[in-house]
Design a protein around this ligand. Sequence first.
Ligand code: ADP
Ligand code: MG
Ligand code: ZN
Length: 628
Amino acid sequence: MKLSWKQILLWSLPIVVVIFFIWQGFVVPSSGEIGKNIANSRMTYGRFLEYLDMGWVKKVDLYDSGHTAIIEAMGPELGNRLQRIRVELPASAPDLIAKLKAFNVDFDAHPAGNSVVIWSLLGNLLFPLILVIGIAFLFRRSNNAPGGPGQAMSFGKSKANFQMEAKTGVEFDDVAGVEEAKEEFQEVVTFLKEPECFTAVGASIPKGVLLVGPPGTGKTLLAKAIAGEAGVPFFSISGSEFVEMFVGVGASRVRDLFKKAKENAPCIVFIDEIDAVGRQRGTGIGGGNDEREQTLNQLLTEMDGFEGNTGIIVIAATNRADILDSALLRPGRFDRQVSVDIPDFKGRLSILNVHSRNKQMNSQVSLETIARRTPGFSGADLANLMNEAAILTARLRKDSISMQEIDKAIDRVVAGMEGVPLVDSKTKRLIAYHEVGHAIVGTLLKYHDPVQKVTLIPRGQARGLTWFMPSEDQTLISRAQILARIVAALGGRAAEEVVFGDAEVTTGAGNDLQQVTSMARQMVTRFGMSNIGPLSLESQGGDPFLGRSMNTSSDYSDSVATSVDGQVKQIVDACHTQAIDIIVDNRVVIDRLVDLLIEKETIDGQEFRNIVEEYSSLPETISYESYC
Ligand code: ADP
Ligand code: MG
Ligand code: ZN
């Protein structure tokens, strides 16, 4: 936090005051003693005179121009031991010296030293000094308050915590898999470099570009790359940093930001998470958020403010363009939208290329295989994956990253931490049959993705796992593919039933069945893949504000609902029968694979297929070598 050092100062104020008082109390009056003569006990002047009369006082040292005395005395009250005692002397102590002389007491006077004077002077000055500084800080803090007395004084002072990078050092080459967006921005780069080309024909360049896309897809990176390519400074601030406790701070930060930007034009102003301020106005519950509205208004004003081609281009990023205020999206503001999406296979491959540039990779590492195993990964996920693999390699003290480390890193990202394998037991055997069941059904079905590996090493929630090499981007899937997936998902339960009997099936298939049901239902209600016909009975998604549609009542009749349920059941039943058949027909090879799996704990996909092939011929599937 930015204010923290001020807070530390404010907090330390009372502590300093306390220390000051302690000092005033003890150190300053006795400073003449310079440490060594400190007396712990005290005595009144009257008592001192009595002691003197009794002849118990041996020595008297006078300090503070005769106001304080440290005496050495011995008496019955002092346990008959020689002790040092402090006595405050009255301002006028007549005849004391004479008396001391008379009793033959050894006495001496110690003048206050120069340093002592300075110390006490400093001590006296310190307190008011701290007070003044403290008040000054309190005053400065209150300047942030709207309409506070300091508002006018602090005008123009930079409080905004935006970053400025003169050179981002990022180029378009560092951003991969977002070719369309890069093309779109090429024009912006040209404008920043040679604005004359545009101004000559009277064209004005967009002031704002909105980058829309899920987190980690490279929006920030892309904005930096534009600045890097054009060689202009890069100002960045996050939308959430505008929103502060005090109304008006955000707006003044926007002002500051644009003031600095104008001084440094041409430049890029990057506003991350613009949805934090740019949300639809007036939708807040309980009167809305004044601060956010003011900030947004200021932002709009600033964007209108710079005429035509000042050379400032505002790039904003969000993952929710749908909730932005429409005023932000109108021409002259963020009128251009560029979307960056989760990369497809080709995109992932080129991102992996970028992130393996500075890494020592084994020659056997195939980036294609990694890209194929990672559908749904964003650019940031892939960058993280390669880094995990590198860390793993370093931990094993190898000198280059091999496929093994990368596989481990992917498994970890997808399925969680690796657990400890089970000891040999009936449970382990059951899990082995379950997994081999999935794998063999997946292998023998024509439209199923090939097995990548089968393992009994637990990960996350799963006690065993069968990994399939996912087919390229799962956006367009055929009916046969969905059915094959349902059959394979039922393969685990089918194997348990066939091998151990109905009574011994376990809860381990719960997750599988959930997926099966959901896939079958979607076939019927969303994709029109059943006897009901090509009807869409459920809308996908729902209200982005509420996350889920409020209107959950179905827009079809009860009789349709009944037949939907009937169709779902029919699909699942047929698939279940098919899975059972495959298990029964291949019992011999399944037993052999289970023994092998229990022994080795992990069987690689190719080895698995080789063994299955000895018993029955494999269907022609898309083999992954021929994929690229
Ligand atoms: P966003 O701003 O969209 O959330 P970032 O730009 O901050 O994502 O991306 C985080 C990191 O992920 C980047 O620093 C980069 O290492 C990596 N990354 C993300 N997308 C890409 C991409 N398209 N090409 C290369 N690296 C990427
Ligand atoms: Mg970002
Ligand atoms: Zn399963």
